[in-house]
Design a protein. Sequence first.
Length: 181
Amino acid sequence: MVQGSKWGSVGKLNDWKLLPRSGAKPMPTYIPEEIRNNYLEACLILNDSPKASAAMSRRCLQGIVRDFWEIPQKNRGNLGAELSFIRDEVDPETYAGIQAIREIGDIGAHMEKAVDTIVDVEPGEAELLVELIETLISDWYISRYRRSERHSELKKIVGQKRKAKITSKKGLDQEKTGAAK
């Protein structure tokens, strides 16, 4: 206790990170806003409620699958059914990870049939789900965007090279015509 003060030390009451509260990675704006928001929320609540974070990762996954793989509106509803549309499009390891997000996320999203049965999601498990969401975003959205940017740049360069060849050929033709006179 500080001398002459009525306030005493009671020890640490709580512990939290000041900044940043979330370990979310910045996401480019070409990723749909709803997917970014679900990802950010999954990261934000990761330590406070791993079960809720797992449910948000599942929700994020469903948005990714619907958007990236362009699941038709008439075929949307059940995530398991939606995943069947992409099963042959992704490698088995990725598909197993996607199924893990769905199954663990279901724990957070749906109550067990026996109300007294509690299945928890541990912080490390929820963190793995968030990391897989980051991998999917990187492998699918970011890679596609970068590939598209490279292709656009290459098209531009090829156009410039073709133009330079035409200009060079015209110059040579003019020199030949001028020399022949």
